[in-house]
Write a protein that binds this ligand. Structure first.
Ligand SMILES: [Zn+2]
Ligand SMILES: [Zn+2]
Length: 201
């Protein structure tokens, strides 16, 4: 059986942070769109709504193993924040505020959701497939998506993460130290004021 191998080129708006996602083997990528408030708040806080949100305020995300994500330049501009102390870690380019990816809070479980605003490749659908799931779309009924995250998607993510963990992918992430599992940048935790300022009611 032939194995297709292809890449998605990554880059921030100003071009300092660059990289690629290796899209192989096929089937380990989920292309989703998330309509939750937190993703919108993240984009708004960075003043990056125009490059991040679709017409229904959804954020398109390529979910993949962090070991397939390679940052080749500008790693010093990798910044991260959390919308609250407990939340997931959200990465962006400090040079120009381009949203980059969402990850877990620590590097023990390998998972990365690379945000489309960081993808330079034009024909993303050809390589990563079309958006397969529209999640947390209760606030955007026009998006015609799921109210939450459907079980099929959750099961897929869990199975993928376990497979990646067994393979040792968590030790090979651009976002966490392979040794300690600590994030490569200290996450800034937004204050309530900052979070409120960035969230639309
Ligand atoms: Zn930049
Ligand atoms: Zn979201």
């Amino acid at each position: 059986m032939a194995t297709l191998s292809s890449e998605l080129t990554l880059g921030c708006q100003c071009g300092k942070v660059t990289g690629a996602i290796k899209c192989t083997p096929q089937g380990s990528i989920n292309h989703i769109s998330c309509y939750c408030k937190d993703c919108q708040t993240f984009a708004r806080h960075l003043n990056a709504e125009a490059i991040t949100l679709d017409e229904h305020r959804g954020t398109a995300i390529i979910q993949t193993s962090p070991a397939t994500v390679n940052i080749s330049s500008g790693t010093e501009h990798l910044n991260c924040l959390k919308l609250s102390p407990k939340g997931i870690t959200r990465w962006y380019a400090g040079c120009c505020n381009t949203p980059i990816a969402n990850t877990m809070s620590n590097g023990k479980m390998p998972f990365s959701g690379v945000i489309r605003s960081f993808v330079k490749t034009d024909n993303v659908e050809q390589i990563a497939g079309p958006v397969e799931y529209k999640v947390f779309a209760s606030l955007s009924p026009e998006a015609n998506g799921h109210n939450k995250a459907p079980l099929g998607l959750i099961a897929k993510i869990v199975v993928n993460m376990l497979r990646w963990k067994l393979r040792g992918d968590h030790k090979n992430s651009p976002f966490f130290s392979g040794e300690t599992g600590k994030p490569v940048g200290e996450p800034k935790i937004l204050s309530l004021q900052e979070r409120n300022a960035a969230s639309r009611s």
